[in-house]
Design a protein around this ligand. Sequence first.
Ligand code: DGL
Length: 273
Amino acid sequence: METSPIGVFDSGFGGLTVLKEIEAALPENDFLYLGDNARTPYGGRSFEIVYAYTLEAVKWLFGRGCRLVIIACNTAAAKALRTIQQRDLPRIAPESRVLGILRPVTETIGFRTRSKHVGILATAGTVASNSYALEIKRFFPGIEVVQEACPMWVPLVENNEGGGGGADYFVKQHIDRLIARDPRIDAVVLGCTHYPLLQAKIARYLPPGIEIVSQGEIVARSLADYLKRHPEISLRCGRSGRREFYTSEKAEVFDKLASLFYGRQVRSHEMEF
Ligand code: DGL
């Protein structure tokens, strides 16, 4: 049987934090990563544009042979996944699957909170979509969800300032706003691929007793479980431990910053939509 890599898509670098965790859970699988660095960030873009860019990326990954694609970008998953799954997939690739990264968190968050008050930290786009709140309500109708958009956090991380003193101001500002809105929160979801890189500072400014829920590991466990439950898809996934990286930017731009997110150097290829 012909096999193919699992496609992993992000607006740029952030999906590498998710891929790193997925790889730890599925080291033998082949992965093809696509970062749309030429058009990043998606966080402040409209629904129409995020949907159009994400669909283009998914189609490109299908064109490279991927039959399973993970949208490892919260903004893209929040704004485009449902339409792609329901409207586009049956038409363009009925045999293929596209999964996001919100569901694994929203379907388990109820087991991480005792107060039943949960905070979401994410990009402006993810917050505007209300996807986290709507999905959590579906699985756990009794949970109160408050959200805070943190538009400065992605640029801080991408400029390698996440560990610097300047980041403290913006991290504290958004944490304070979130907590002021609902002091009963006892679990906070890092709903953006970049935020694990700010986790130490986030932990510093959160009141004690609040659990930080980082999505990478949860997504990885959920994907491993999905592949077990779907042997018809799993059998079509290559298992020679191959990793390939594509970017819509210049390869040297991608390779320079990728290790910050991925933990090791990569050599990417350039692609064009
Ligand atoms: N990957 C995006 C997310 O998780 C953050 C970067 C962007 O805004 O494009 O929402």
